[in-house]
Design a protein around this ligand. Sequence first.
Ligand code: SAH
Length: 211
Amino acid sequence: MPDPTAARQVMVDSQLRDRGISDPRVLDAMLRVPRHRFVPEPYRSQAYEDHPLPIGDDQTISQPYIVAIMLESLQLAPTDKVLEVGTGSGYVTALLAELAQQVFSIERHPALVEGACEVLAELGYSNARIFTGDGALGLPAYAPFDAILVSAAAPDLPSVLLAQLSDSGRMIVPVGASDSQQLQFVRAVGGRQVVSLREHVRFVPLVLNHE
Ligand code: SAH
């Protein structure tokens, strides 16, 4: 593949900055994290292209622009404790580990957990813990979280996860039917959780425990 560092710079400039992503911490993190390391060999040459890619178990690594929108919305502070639902390849986990203090991530496919843990360890991320399990339940033992990022589409705003946010917590989650969803951003305003509707997106479904 072409020089990954150069490819990353082009990705950040043309797919992110030119489309309005402006948070310098998000842009820097996306410049640093080697996305190609999280992409399976057969697709590695496409790692910096403007679309999602397969990662095995019928799942996908999200398009860089959508990842950037989600990260920017959360306005992470270096002291934040974050929950990620749907670790997948571990790419977003690495970005969260760059932007926050502690990352807890949960994934239902053991093979994906294994792959993500391996790459994150190789890259030296020691502030991210990955759990195998049902992310729809969150991680109550480690709550509350300053931010929650959900990488799979929920049919409704997941109240179980909302309950695991801190008083000033923020959550970004794709909500809707399996073929099209809208990102919903939740934040606390005057003690109430306020929802705003964002971009239309297409994510793999969040598998619910009662199914
Ligand atoms: N951020 C990831 C996206 C992975 S796709 C990346 O960039 O690679 C979404 C992931 O959510 C899939 O890996 C899928 O297995 C996982 N997932 C779906 N429902 C889940 C659930 N209930 N609990 C945990 N993980 C779930």
